[in-house]
Ligand binder design. Sequence first.
Ligand SMILES: NC(=O)c1ccc[n+]([C@@H]2O[C@H](COP(=O)([O-])OP(=O)(O)OC[C@H]3O[C@@H](n4cnc5c(N)ncnc54)[C@H](O)[C@@H]3O)[C@@H](O)[C@H]2O)c1
Length: 370
Amino acid sequence: MACLLVTGGAGFIGANFVHYWMNEYPADRVIVLDALTYAGNIQNLAPVNDKSNFRFVHGDIGDTKLVESLLRTENVDTLVHFAAESHVDRSIAGPDAFLETNIMGTHSLLKAARQVWMTEGLNPQNHRFHHVSTDEVFGELTPEEPAFTEKTAYAPNSPYSASKAASDFLVRAYHHTYGLNVTTSNCSNNYGPYHFPEKLIPLVTLNILHGKTLPVYGDGSNVRDWLYVEDHAYGIDLVLKKGKLGETYNIGGVNEWKNIDIVRLICRLVEEKFATDESLKTRFPDCPASRGEANDSLISFVTDRPGHDFRYAIDTTYIRDELGYKPKVTFEEGIRKTLDWYLDNEDWWRAVMDGSYQDWINTNYAQMSR
Ligand SMILES: NC(=O)c1ccc[n+]([C@@H]2O[C@H](COP(=O)([O-])OP(=O)(O)OC[C@H]3O[C@@H](n4cnc5c(N)ncnc54)[C@H](O)[C@@H]3O)[C@@H](O)[C@H]2O)c1
């Protein structure tokens, strides 16, 4: 039986990973350590919170002593590190938190892991530190350039990607210098349930439902490679089970879309939903589709983000050939599942968007932490 410490497990990808893992490996114990920043949401863990092999700990990855004590008392053998400041726009407005969490926070975890697993000898051989990173560390591609491979030189362009690049290098250094058992994955853009509504796909979905403007940066031609979040969890699973120590693996959907095309696609899928489900017109009267109008009338092109990377694309040859990885969910299927999830989970996104969630944390947090 394994015991996992999952940092950032109350965030979008971390929570999906916890659900995936507890479903696939019900005998394993999972501890989530999360500071519950604005992006963390304990409701994302509601489906597992009552399980006896799950524990939520409210805390900061920068608290090295807390992490050391969790590794010792829970006899953790696997640390999967998702916790981060993750929104590029926020990193442009205020980079400090990104350096603190993504660089210093990652270093705090590495120090704790080395101390407990190696220096104290709790688990000198069979431990694993898996670091979750992003394709944004590679910088940007022109339309003609080949996709990023594991050998592509790092060229981060935003404070977010620079902080993630620094954390990747620290993880690498702890392997080469101290022999810590590490792996790293660099993944493309994720989408799916529990995605915080400041990111493109949920933002567009919810703005359409409310008849609000759909802001699209520049002319909308920037390209991203989209992966259903459960397929990211599956890729990490393969790296944990079969990956080579000290290695990095690119995970992606081989599924490139221009931003404007994604926005238009969601407009169309929402129209289809409204055409087949009359109750949506009552629930969302401000949606153009409620009046039989085109949702894409809401699109508004806005001034481009400073330093906006033009294109990201991941070459998944290595993880496919070495570990047999292939995404299981097609984009057509994944985007429909995502839209259905947002329509079925109105309470979740309303709580996140109206801020009442933070009040809820302050009053209820003590009961949820155990
Ligand atoms: N979202 C994507 O498309 C994407 C793609 C590739 C890689 N990644 C990486 O995956 C990871 C997770 O991304 P996400 O989109 O789920 O992010 P998110 O912003 O939704 O979640 C981050 C989580 O980390 C927690 N956290 C932040 N600072 C913390 C701290 N100091 N101590 C403990 N917990 C803290 C937050 O409370 C939150 O629950 C990040 O490392 C990100 O760089 C994200």
